[in-house]
Design a protein around this ligand. Structure first.
Ligand code: UD1
Length: 434
């Protein structure tokens, strides 16, 4: 077991290249199951979530080959319906995409209830509503989801989502590409990774229109063929480095990004006084000497992303004045606040609202990564804090950030991955962690 040890107080400087989008990759890998042929996929992030999905696909009979560290070929020509590694499925949220892709390809699916970060109840009723409308019979029992398409093939339908759901939109889209007839998804989510999945499917012969708007139309086809596709850069990874640069008062050029996808984050950072300059495929972030308070409300795209909320929470501990964060997506996404309090942050939480009394100097402490983005927030706090911060449970962070430690070190951060049993001096106490 490992943890991050951070010696805070150094401004980040230099250039960092963003990897492929996690939330696009974790949909596109299962979607490759729909393709009878070789999918060459570039810009795959090297993170544990993608590794687990590739292992699951290989167990279903896919041939997976690495061309280089970020390019893979997946050949699902000989994939077959069978039991998959359920222990892996339980660990990741995105395993729900196997319902759509297996149903589309085999007419049947058996998956576990999805895992992933715990932000309170995360139902999948809209996924089930969509699959049922497409003609599948869904049975949830003993922690498993069993799905069967009547007559072995799904049929197109009109589906109105009661909640704007990224996962349900992508899952239904996937299931619909090989269905007979036309599917219309209304009140669809509009995140960049939804457009990316549609582009991937279309480049393999699907007919998906309207992705990026709230109405997506899928005209079913009989078969998908192989092809090449490059995944978009990760909006949230880029946003995390932007916030880290701003919080440490540094200057960082963040490359391989689509600035349009970052507008909501850039706008909020500018409100804090941070300078954000956009170029064609990069953004330059220059930290302000005095950060200003801001209010944030998380919303579906193009609103401010919930996946950037904890990182901004860490930054706002430093900004002068009182900031209010309203979490608009999840019931319980402020668990990281307790960890920030250990570092001297003053934050009150009432349900979905956090009130941050900023202008504090954070001090190093031993903290936990409560989930993926909460973990990133603790790293940002540690980079700004006086003294040593240790972040444990980093397996959450490794799920979504490629080479986090290496990229931060290259920007001048004093961060390393060490064994949890190592002893460290925190503040004026020697603590044995063995
Ligand atoms: C995806 C992302 C996650 C991000 C979230 C919102 C992946 C693997 N994960 O999660 O990083 O935080 O989008 O941008 O891409 N809901 C229902 N019923 C459903 C589905 C969702 O009530 O069937 C609710 C959820 O509890 C939540 C809201 O709808 O309150 C949005 O969830 P959704 O967009 O589906 O998030 P995920 O796909 O789980």
């Amino acid at each position: 077991m490992e943890k991050y040890r951070i010696n805070g107080g150094r401004a980040l400087r230099g250039e960092v290249e963003i990897s492929g989008a996690k939330n696009a990759a974790v949909a596109i890998i299962p979607a490759a199951l729909l393709v009878e042929g070789v999918c060459r996929i570039e810009n795959i992030p090297q993170i544990s979530d993608t590794d687990m999905l590739l292992t699951i696909l290989a167990e279903l009979g896919a041939k997976v080959s690495y061309i280089n560290k970020s390019t893979i070929e997946i050949d699902c020509t000989h994939a077959r319906y069978q039991d998959a590694p359920y222990d892996l499925m339980r660990k990741i949220r995105a395993s729900y995409y196997l319902i759509g892709s297996m149903l589309g390809r085999f007419g049947s699916a058996k998956t576990t209830m999805p895992g992933g970060c715990n932000f309170g109840v995360r139902p999948i009723d809209q996924h089930i509503k969509g699959m049922t409308a497409l003609g599948a019979t869904i049975d949830v029992k003993n922690g498993f989801i069993y799905a069967d398409a009547a007559g072995g093939r799904l049929r197109g339908a009109r589906i109105y989502l009661d909640k704007v759901s990224v996962g349900a939109t992508m899952n239904i889209m996937m299931a619909a590409v090989l269905a007979s007839g036309r599917t219309i998804i209304e009140n669809a989510a509009r995140e960049p990774h939804i457009v990316d999945l549609a582009n991937f499917l279309n480049s393999m012969g699907a007919d998906v229109r309207g992705a990026g708007t709230d109405t997506i139309k899928v005209n079913g086809v009989d078969k998908l063929h192989g092809g090449s596709y490059s995944i978009i850069p990760d909006q949230i990874e880029a946003g995390t480095y932007m916030v880290a640069a701003a919080a440490t008062g540094g200057e960082v050029l963040i490359t391989n990004v689509i600035p349009k996808h970052l507008e909501c984050i850039s706008a909020k950072l500018r409100e804090t006084g941070t300078i954000v300059q956009e170029y064609e495929d990069s953004v330059l972030v220059k930290g302000a000497s005095n950060l200003r308070r801001v209010n944030i409300k998380t919303m579906p795209y193009p609103g401010f992303p919930t996946d950037m909320q904890p990182q901004m929470g860490a930054l706002l501990c430093l900004a002068r004045g009182t900031s209010v964060i309203t979490e608009g997506i999840y019931d319980n996404r402020f668990k990281y606040v307790n960890e920030l309090r250990k570092m001297g942050a003053e934050i009150q939480v009432d349900g979905r609202i956090a009130i941050i009394e900023g202008g504090r100097r954070l001090t190093g402490a031993k903290v936990l990564a409560c989930d993926l983005r909460a973990g990133a927030a603790m790293v940002i706090a540690g980079l700004c804090a006086a003294g040593v911060t240790e972040v444990e449970d980093i397996h959450f962070i490794e799920r979504g950030y490629e080479n986090f430690v290496g990229k931060l070190q290259a920007l001048g951060a004093d961060i390393e991955m060490v064994d949890v049993s190592e002893t460290v001096e925190l503040g004026d106490k020697i603590i044995s962690l063995g």
